[in-house]
Design a protein around this ligand. Structure first.
Ligand SMILES: *Cc1c(COP(=O)(O)O)cnc(C)c1O
Length: 227
């Protein structure tokens, strides 16, 4: 069995190799450790191994860990669905939200972001392959939503996030990731100041980096298979 530190090192090497293969600077790709279902003690071990950005899907679970780990230098990212009655703790406790897919949620997050904190950094989640079972705005609707979100005073729109269906191989993963990259570029051509493409997970981070990802969200390759 490999240790957490070894897993993290392997993932960093995969990212570096994917960047080298794509002719990209590895500093352009952020590793977000996805720590849903991972206990606070294990998360603290990942911090000790040099990881600082963590992604959580379930808000209450994340708040519990934040309370236990508040002395550690962790940047918390919300990557799960947000109901409108849960926006306040998200606005108050996270640095980033990747899963904005409705204007109403974005408006509430902006209104509820405490004045003394930096603006909340947000990505719009795009349902790029139109999987019926998941969140995200359809690609056709992304530009209109992005323009509205970019105007909200306490949010900083950073880019797009996607969770495509698992792909059988590199080429089919790329085919979907390229669509997200094209959408990202179209939004930038429209004048939106975006720098973050949150795509790629344990199984497809190489393909995502090949297609321009700037942030990979990696859970099981770091922490092991979830129960
Ligand atoms: C669980 C999850 C991940 C990480 O998935 P792995 O396959 O374990 O790397 C990434 N992004 C989101 C939104 C997730 O829910």
């Amino acid at each position: 069995m490999t240790t957490l530190g070894e897993n993290l090192e392997l993932v960093r090497k995969r990212i570096a190799a994917a960047c080298a293969a794509a002719g990209r600077d590895p500093r352009q790709v952020t590793l977000l450790a996805v720590s849903k279902t991972v206990d606070a003690q294990t998360l603290a071990q990942a911090v000790a191994a040099g990881q600082s950005a963590f992604g959580e899907n379930y808000i209450q679970e994340a708040l519990n860990k934040m309370a236990l780990l508040k002395q550690l230098p962790i940047q918390w990212h919300c990557i799960g669905p947000i109901q409108s009655n849960k926006t306040r703790p998200v606005a108050e406790h996270f640095a980033w939200v990747h899963s904005v897919d409705r204007l109403k949620i974005a408006q509430r997050l902006s209104e509820q972001r405490p004045a003394q904190l930096e603006p909340l950094q947000v990505c719009i989640q795009v349902n790029v392959d139109a999987g019926a079972s998941k969140g995200g705005v359809l690609p056709d609707e992304a530009l209109a939503l992005a323009r509205e979100v970019a105007r909200l005073p306490r949010l900083k729109l950073r880019g797009l996030m996607t969770i495509p269906e698992p792909a059988p191989d590199f080429d089919s993963a790329c085919a979907v990731h390229r669509q997200t990259l094209a959408l990202f570029n179209a939004l930038r051509r429209d004048g939106l100041d975006l720098d973050t493409l949150s795509m790629g997970m344990s199984g497809d981070l190489e393909a995502a980096i090949h297609c321009g990802s700037t942030l990979v969200r990696v859970g099981s390759a770091i922490f092991g298979a979830r129960q």
